[in-house]
Ligand binder design. Structure first.
Ligand SMILES: NC(=O)c1ccc[n+]([C@@H]2O[C@H](COP(=O)([O-])OP(=O)(O)OC[C@H]3O[C@@H](n4cnc5c(N)ncnc54)[C@H](O)[C@@H]3O)[C@@H](O)[C@H]2O)c1
Ligand SMILES: [Zn+2]
Length: 365
């Protein structure tokens, strides 16, 4: 099975990627010495779609299995849900040796990882991502978090899983819209570090959107390798290297916040953020016009949005100031110098930013 090794000294682990491999998860866990009792954190939809295969596989390898469900919503990444879960886990954890399985998309991954990080000052957990975004991004790298009413991911930790187990077969139950949202992040990986990946997506986006498992597997493997390379160099985001993963996210996160997380899927917001960052790169003379056009065209081919709707310029700028990426009074953008290359630029004059956002606003305000 394709495997990516994540080298982080005593926090090293493997990412195992394959097609229809969920039924072999139990076997993959036996040598990891995680414990005997699996606590599976998931939501009702994912449990209904794929829970049986997971629990059968674990029980076959002599693990006990307990599911704890949380509502299917970003609101589950809250202190209330996290503490409810911690209480249920503590009551269950009598005479057992438990470990946690995060079985879901980024919401479940972030929440379950957070719970694993703080329960008894940290117990083992593994990630079994069930969304495309989860498999190429959120399950990798050990960032776990819950949200506060004032902002996303404000309470969290760096806490690495003991295994990431990505079965692309699980992606067959996603809608094309959900795959499209994940594809925005895949395009991001191409722009920040690998032109060949970008070209592959440009050629095969239709197959990817239709759920072609071989193509999805290739992209999950490719993106995992790119993210791992970045994370290995800067595990805890102290060296500024991990910043490049934020290409498209300065404006993307601001759009999500300004629309109160109702207006856009994450990938759609990131796509708009990448468009604005590319417009900025052009304005600042960092990037050739043909490169910028190619990126904009591929995003359009995939069906990702090109216009910012229902959000006011002022609200986007305000949200940008509140973001973690704002350092003191200085903004911070990842810009592109051509597909496959990026550059982190601080303190861009506000007129440039306004111009780049305004050119994409459907209604000026
Ligand atoms: N930790 C990180 O490094 C990191 C990185 C990127 C994003 N994130 C976080 O990830 C979250 C977004 O994750 P997401 O896009 O996976 O969204 P999500 O977890 O909300 O999942 C999207 C939807 O897909 C459903 N779903 C999941 N798997 C399914 C399957 N196999 N078949 C059918 N439906 C399925 C879910 O129930 C949900 O309704 C955000 O909270 C974001 O902050 C974290
Ligand atoms: Zn993202």
């Amino acid at each position: 099975m394709p495997t990516v090794n994540v080298h982080l000294k005593e926090h090293s682990y493997q990412i195992i990627i394959g097609r229809q491999i969920l039924s072999q998860l139990g076997k993959a866990l036996t040598s990891l010495n995680l414990g005997t009792d699996a606590v599976v954190i998931t939501n009702p939809l994912i449990r209904r779609l794929h829970g049986k295969v997971l629990s059968t596989s674990l029980r076959k390898s002599s693990f006990s299995v307990q599911f704890f469900e949380v509502p299917d919503s970003e609101e589950s990444k809250s202190a209330r849900v996290a503490f409810e879960l911690l209480g249920r886990i503590a009551r269950y954890d009598l005479k057992r040796k438990i470990f946690i399985i995060a079985f879901g998309g980024g919401v479940i991954g972030d929440l379950a990882g957070f719970v694993a990080a703080v329960y008894k000052r940290g117990i083992p957990y593994i990630q079994v991502p069930t969304t495309f975004l989860g498999q190429i991004d959120s399950a990798i790298g050990g960032k776990v978090a819950i949200d506060l009413p004032v902002g996303k991911n404000l309470v969290g930790a760096f806490y690495q899983p003991r295994l990431v187990y990505s079965d692309v077969g699980l992606l067959t139950t996603l809608s094309p819209g959900q795959i499209r949202s994940g594809l925005a992040e895949a395009v991001k990986y191409g722009v920040i570090g690998d032109r060949k990946l970008f070209d592959f997506i440009a050629q095969h986006y239709e197959k990817l959107l239709s759920g072609d498992l071989l193509c999805l597997l290739k992209v999950v493997y490719w993106c995992s390798q790119i993210k791992v390379k970045v994370v290995e160099k800067d595990e805890k985001e102290t060296k500024g290297i991990r910043t490049i993963l934020n290409f498209g996210h300065t404006i993307g996160h601001a759009l999500e916040a300004a629309s109160r997380y109702q207006g856009y899927q994450h990938g759609e917001a990131v796509a708009l953020g990448m468009r604005v960052a590319t417009d900025l790169s052009l304005q600042m003379g960092l990037c050739a016009a043909e490169e910028a056009l190619r990126l904009q065209c591929v995003l359009s081919d995939i069906g990702l949005p090109s216009e910012i709707r229902k959000v006011r310029l002022l609200d986007i700028l305000k949200a940008m100031h509140h973001d973690k990426k704002f350092k003191g009074q200085k903004n911070c953008f990842v810009l592109t110098t051509g597909i496959g290359r990026v550059k982190v630029v601080d303190d861009i004059p506000l007129v440039y930013i306004k111009k780049a956002i305004q050119s994409r606003l459907l209604t000026f305000s």
